[in-house]
Ligand binder design. Structure first.
Ligand code: ATP
Ligand code: MG
Length: 422
């Protein structure tokens, strides 16, 4: 046994053996200290203090695993010392188990001890075997608690890393869907512009011819200017439509789903007409088809679905599967119970049953380099997460049917997840 002597307190300390827990015994009776430390020594490293003040200093200095504290002592008594330890700013000190070991067995002393934060209470005279067992039990429990805290901490770190990874992946997906949507938009604009550009070309050619044949007069110029402005206005309106369409809506608005379908149809009409695909919008005008949600996101979903229908029809035609039949897309919009349903049917031959389950997975595509495979994935996120609806697919025999179901009241729970637009 050696003595650690500092200016303001005395601590007797046994030579420390590794792997044994360190127990601080605080008591003002030398005899008691001797007996207890002798009995605990085989199992624990022992640290000794003679009063509450010495105990506090010792705890700060040696961080024992457990404290056996007498209640009645000079300078600072055990209960007060316990209270001070349990309100220490350092978490490790606060968490050190304190067992009050005292001759006092009245209710008031017991209550004061537990009130001060003591972890256990043992009355003297002490049964050393019971004391050993209790210390071991407390230490075991504390170790398990520490391991649990550590496990929680590492789980939290794991969860946070996973969340970050998911968010990063989602950002990449959103970015890619933006690019895909941009590609689709440019294709649609190109088609919308083809006709007015041709018309402008013809008008310019006319000016040249008219000049050659001396037909240029004020009336002619007025007509040319008015025709040209008309075409330019159409082109400019097209751009405005697209710009509005691709601005993202953060706020939910009440919109008529049928009107939204017609708007998407008009944006895509030139492209669809160019490919000889007829679109029919089938709706029962007496139904109130107003839904509260993110209008532009909804339109993006329709754009994705109609583009897929168009791709399927073009592919079927290329492979000669359509025969003499025309390409047809039929969009129905109706109310079923409390739900608004939108169906997009095509006659492109349908989706292979083997992949029907997989088409909503990110990056799943059968279009090789022509598709990214995120159109339907993003569409499902928009409809199911942001608008609390449902999006699924079926085969009709003729082709595919993509079905959107929107709950009349479900949309209020939807959380905007930042599906950004261009
Ligand atoms: N109307 C449809 N008819 C037949 N197959 C379809 C139809 N709609 C979707 N699919 C299948 O689902 C797959 C996934 O569609 P999705 O829109 O997610 O990706 P993509 O069209 O391949 O690429 P992109 O990201 O450019 O849209 C398609 O590759 C296609 O095989
Ligand atoms: Mg697609």
């Amino acid at each position: 046994m050696y003595l650690v002597q500092t200016s303001n307190f005395r601590v007797k300390m046994k030579n420390q053996e590794n792997n044994k827990p360190l127990i601080l015994i605080v008591d003002d009776e030398d005899f008691f200290l001797k007996i207890i430390s002798h009995n605990l020594e085989p199992l624990f490293n022992i640290l000794i203090a003679y009063n509450g003040k010495e105990a506090l200093n010792s705890v700060h200095k040696h961080s024992p695993h457990l404290i056996l504290m007498d209640a009645v002592m000079p300078v600072i008594d055990g209960i007060q010392a316990c209270k001070m330890l349990k309100s220490a700013s350092c978490e490790k000190i606060r968490e050190t188990p304190v067992v009050i070991v005292t001759a006092l067995d009245d209710e008031d002393s017991v209550d004061r001890a537990f009130g001060a934060g003591a972890d256990d209470y043992i009355t003297k005279p002490i049964n050393v075997h019971v004391l050993r067992r209790r210390i071991q039990h407390i230490l075991k429990r504390r170790k398990a608690e520490d391991e649990l805290v550590e496990l929680n901490r590492s789980l939290e770190v794991k969860v946070n890393t996973e969340i970050k990874k998911r968010l990063d992946q989602e950002t990449v997906l959103i970015q890619q869907s933006k690019m895909a949507a941009m590609g689709e938009m440019i294709a649609a604009i190109a088609h919308q512009w083809r006709q007015p550009l041709n018309a402008l070309g013809v008008t310019i050619q006319n000016i040249k011819d008219a000049y050659r044949f001396k037909e240029v007069d004020e009336k002619f110029i007025d007509r040319v200017v008015s025709d040209s402005f008309h075409q330019i206005k159409f082109m400019s309106d097209t751009i405005d439509n697209f710009r509005n369409f691709f601005q993202h809506t953060k706020e939910k608005t009440a919109f008529d789903t049928c009107k939204a379908i017609k708007e998407v149809n008009s944006i895509m009409s030139a492209q669809l007409a160019f490919h000889g695909i007829k679109v029919k919008v089938d709706t029962n005008t007496t139904d109130n088809l107003t839904f509260k949600g993110y209008l532009n996101e909804f339109m993006q979903v329709l754009l994705n679905i109609i583009t897929n229908a168009m791709d399927a029809i073009l592919e079927a035609r290329k492979k000669g599967r359509l025969g003499k039949k025309e390409g047809d897309i039929v969009i129905s919009n109706y109310r079923k119970d409390k739900r608004i349903v939108i169906e997009v049917n095509d006659n492109g031959g349908g989706i292979d049953e083997k992949i029907l389950e997989r088409i909503f997975e990110p990056y799943f595509t059968t279009k090789k380099h022509k598709g990214t495979g995120i159109g339907l994935y993003m569409s499902k996120i928009i409809i199911e997460n942001n608008m609390k609806g449902k999006l699924y697919a079926k085969n009709t025999g003729q082709g595919a049917r993509l079905i959107i179901e929107l709950e009349e009241n479900g949309s209020t729970e939807g959380r905007y997840r930042g599906v950004k637009r261009i």
